[in-house]
Design a protein around this ligand. Structure first.
Ligand code: HAM
Length: 437
């Protein structure tokens, strides 16, 4: 029987690993230069951590199982609940702002398609313990800082930004009861995912009068430069709506100050599927063929408390290696990242098989000092071993032969210049070791 990798998973051969590392190295670099600290958690959690807190979408996509004690567990489909649990447990001792990042392997049992798999790596950036909109601005900035580093310009992508609290306030201002909001959010979230007539039909189904229909349609269409102004009329006179409107305007002002305003656009059609978002929400989209979000996040003000922690607010986003690779390939911006074997500092060559035990001993001593030392597995002529040294891109070749037996010296050849010198073996080991420190 021939086995294949399970549906929606990937094998990472060295050339694939090189691409994955290139993306993840950029995640780490971006996180660190923006002042975020790395954390991680377990790959599975109690299923209850996700139930009801994340929303039906993600819960129906979980891989879950029971352990022998009958506990219901789930492989993590996202990181935010784990983060909320961890921060909640140490809330008192962590200094604010809590700026953390993570790059977990996640699994979701969704239908595999372009840009969506069942197993992927997701970069998470979160700021906790700060209510100020500066934290929201910083998260959006960090996402764009990464996309900019890998070569995406405002012509290639857009960060669509909205506010669930503004949307709620507008709905309240127009007389929609709070218990209808979740349903309306779900409908508005589909604006760009459905053909226009199908979307209009679902708005009609959720509304009870022509007036309600017109209001929702005009809210849903508000986007771009004039979007916020278009909503000002509905917000006027409603304190909460005006406050949320001002918060969103402040966010755009801050992003402008930070030099990424061109990437950002207001859009009421971004509501996000996860249940825990309470405030600003945002999603990045490639402007090419990939119609799926390339990143997504938002503010979650109650998640920690819901999970049994203290009241604490948070904001953050996630993006995955899968979508980034698809988008960069589509735009021809994925560099050729080569999977090269590691470069070698010293290639040890035996002049005759009886010197091989000394080669092994020297390799052991050099490696212990952090020197990348290699040797041939096969006992073969010096010429072939030199060829192997060149193939391994070794900086130096060291020949162990009769001189070693006679006088404890080795021949050291610089493979770039071709220069060869004799050296006492102890001096050589010491010099190589020093070069590593
Ligand atoms: P999410 O929208 O479920 O949010 O996922 C965020 C991003 O992860 C998506 O925009 C997409 O780039 C990537 N992604 C999601 N599912 C898949 C998949 N099946 N295959 C490949 N990539 C995928 C969250 O997960 C939130 N927990 C993010 C967050 C962090 N919010 C606050 N902090």
């Amino acid at each position: 029987m021939k086995f294949q990798a399970p549906k929606g998973t990937r094998d990472f051969y060295p050339e694939d690993m090189a691409v994955r590392n290139w993306i993840m190295d950029a995640w780490r670099r971006t996180s660190l230069r923006n002042g975020f600290q790395e954390y991680d958690g377990p790959i599975f959690e109690l299923l209850d951590l996700y139930r009801a807190k994340s929303g039906e979408g993600i819960v129906s996509e979980l891989f879950h199982f029971e352990d022998r004690g009958g506990r219901e567990l789930a492989i993590r489909p996202e990181m935010t609940p784990t983060l909320a649990r961890m921060v909640g447990a140490r809330a008192n001792s962590l200094s604010r702002p809590i700026k953390w990042f993570s790059m977990p392997r996640l699994c979701r049992a969704e239908r595999p398609q372009r840009g969506r798999l069942r197993e992927f790596f997701q970069w998470n950036i979160d700021v906790l313990g700060v209510d100020d909109v500066i934290a929201d601005a910083e998260c959006v900035f960090v996402a764009i800082d990464f996309f900019r580093e890998v070569g995406l310009t405002p012509a290639d992508m857009v960060m669509k930004i909205n506010s669930r609290s503004l949307l709620s306030a507008l709905l309240v201002a127009r007389g929609f009861d709070v218990d209808r909001h979740a349903e309306i959010f779900a409908v508005l979230d589909k604006r760009d995912k459905l053909p226009e007539d199908v979307f209009a039909e679902s708005v009609q189904k959720t509304t009870r009068s022509v007036d309600e229909y017109d209001t929702l349609m005009s809210i849903a269409r508000a986007a771009g430069h004039t979007g916020l102004d278009e909503l000002a009329g509905i917000a006027a006179g409603n304190e909460a709506a005006e406050r949320e409107m001002a918060r969103l305007r402040e966010l755009f002002r801050l992003l402008g100050e930070m030099g990424v305003g061109e990437y950002c656009a207001f859009d009421m059609g971004v509501v996000r599927g996860l249940a825990y978002y309470t405030g600003i929400v945002f999603e990045g989209f490639g402007k090419g063929e990939l119609q799926r979000a390339i990143c997504g996040g938002g503010r979650y003000d109650q998640l920690l408390e819901v999970l049994g922690g203290p009241p604490m607010t948070g904001v953050g986003f996630g993006t995955s290696d899968v979508v980034i690779e698809v988008v960069l390939r589509e735009l021809g911006k994925l560099p050729t990242v080569l999977a090269e074997p590691p470069q070698v500092d010293v290639y040890l060559i035996d002049a005759a098989p009886e010197f091989f035990p000394i080669v092994l001993r020297l390799a052991g001593r050099l490696r212990q000092r952090g020197v990348r030392a290699e040797f041939s597995y096969k006992r073969q002529g010096i010429g072939k071993q030199f060829k192997a040294a060149a193939a391994a891109r070794a900086a130096k070749a060291v020949i162990v032969g009769q001189e070693f037996a006679d006088r404890q010296v080795v021949a050291v050849k610089d493979l770039a210049t071709g220069q060869q010198v004799e050296m006492g073996v102890e001096a050589f080991v010491e010099e190589c070791g020093k070069a590593q420190t």
